[in-house]
Design a protein around this ligand. Sequence first.
Ligand code: ASP
Length: 327
Amino acid sequence: MTQTNWSLVVHGGSGVIDRADLTPEQDRAYRGVLAQAAEAGAAVLRAGGAALDAVEAAIHVLEDDPLFNAGRGAVFTAEGCNELDAAIMDGATLEAGAVAGVTHVRNPISAARKVMERSPHVLLIGRGADAFAEAQGLTPVDSSYFFVETRWRALETQLRREGRPVPQRPAGADRDERHAALAHDEGKRGTVGCVARDSRGHVAAGTSTGGVTAKSWGRVGDSPLIGAGTYASDASAAISGTGEGEYFIRLSVARAIAALVELKGLGLQAAVDQVVQTELTGLGGVGGVIAVAPDGQTAWGFNTSGMYRARLASDQPLEVAIYKDEP
Ligand code: ASP
């Protein structure tokens, strides 16, 4: 059993990410931001901070970066908007908070945390969730904040492929920067997440996403659903997922992994492998997860060609990986 004081894992989404798909510059850019996110979370844990704070800090870095489908880099809906989902869960108390379909929150993970800490509810959606976040002091951003050219082009491509009309380009959409231009289209989707175990042995999980390119009708995926894309319990593990949300919901992926650890006594990696490689793959779904246990063990698993990921612990150096052939 690993004996660590703290450990942390982040992911930046799974999907079609082959070595041949990324230029060396993109590869470097993605690894750089993953490292930065992991270090932001680690700084909290190193200072003796709580797993929950580490998760939020790491996810802020990923949400603020246009390379990832969450926060600033969120994908577009079929109507040309950005509707963001996020959830956070505290393994020590089993308290959880989530938002779905928010359109003006810069950091949905913080809105999820406010739901957990300042409301009697677990999940708020749409306009109400936006209003709640603002009332809690989270300054709203204009929808143009989320415009990233590569995401817009991915929407156009997807809608043309489906034979659906392409909406008008949003106003204020002329801003582009070199870094944002490096965003890679992992095949419609992507998500960011973090799981952490602090020096008191508590675990926490958080997940944030823009969902799926060209989503319609208020579609919500697994990320903000406790037990599907996000789960944490000190009795088992903290898990954050990324992949085809509909499959993650049907399999209760995050809770299923926790249950195998808690009720069947499986090791963390074995539980991750069973749910991702056997159950998810068996049902025809694609994606991956990251996980951490209260004893400090970490695990990840995915059945896609890549998953942006990084981990480090008080006794383990930073490890950053993207492709399947990396350890
Ligand atoms: N799980 C996310 C969703 O279905 C997307 C992803 O992680 O790729 O909304």
